[in-house]
Design a protein around this ligand. Sequence first.
Ligand SMILES: N[C@@H](CCC(=O)N[C@@H](CS)C(=O)NCC(=O)O)C(=O)O
Length: 247
Amino acid sequence: MQRIIVTYTLYYWPGIQGRGEYVRLALEEAGADYVDIALLSAKSGGGVAAIERYLDGKDVARPPFAPPFLKAGRQLIGQTANILLFLGGRLHLAPRDAAGALWTHQLQLTIADFVVEIHDTHHPIGSGLYYAQQKAAAKRRSKDFLAHRVPKFLGYFERVLQRNTARGPWLVGATLTYADLSMAQVIAGMRYAFPLATRKALRGRPRLRALHDAAFARPRIVRYFESGRRVAFNNDGIFRHYPELDA
Ligand SMILES: N[C@@H](CCC(=O)N[C@@H](CS)C(=O)NCC(=O)O)C(=O)O
């Protein structure tokens, strides 16, 4: 049988994990053949210019709104959850049946909602403003986020894990899906951004802790982390550590 090698091209801003990391984790777990185009030099067609070509190009029939987006053959796919829906089927990181695939996508969309709220803790007024320009609002927003939204989101995902009657630490059935990788990434990011509040929030949520540990112990994920290719969490990304915002 002939093996078909598909090359994926990921378009995401250099220097941060951002939403590109959810896609990278799926590609890495599957051992997929992909290029992180913005990390290549401008000379070899990479850099930010490669992204802007699709954001601004007048000849792009189906332009994405923002990175991440993924090129697979002639298809250009935007929106993190949409990219993962597409990859989930191809890379065997989601159930094959329609209901299972949709449920995994639903979980991913809920993770996306959570990610927006995490971002808004340090940028509650506007993404175009500096953190320093919205510090007071960020403090108020974070206080409410940690008190009400974190327990609601984490409580929900812990409940999903509890109601999954299949063996193993995963959100859907007995096999790892892209949603598990994304969930582990959110937990890692929350631990970076809000170490004190997250430790407290995860205290009574053993299933989420176990999911994180199991997902990030996958051999290919460990290899990716050890490769030096994973950008470290930093204060330009979605998860930012401002001690004054932690509870
Ligand atoms: N809902 C989109 C959001 C994409 C998004 O906000 N991308 C950020 C980087 S993580 C960006 O470049 N946004 C530019 C903008 O919103 O103007 C997704 O989940 O992919």
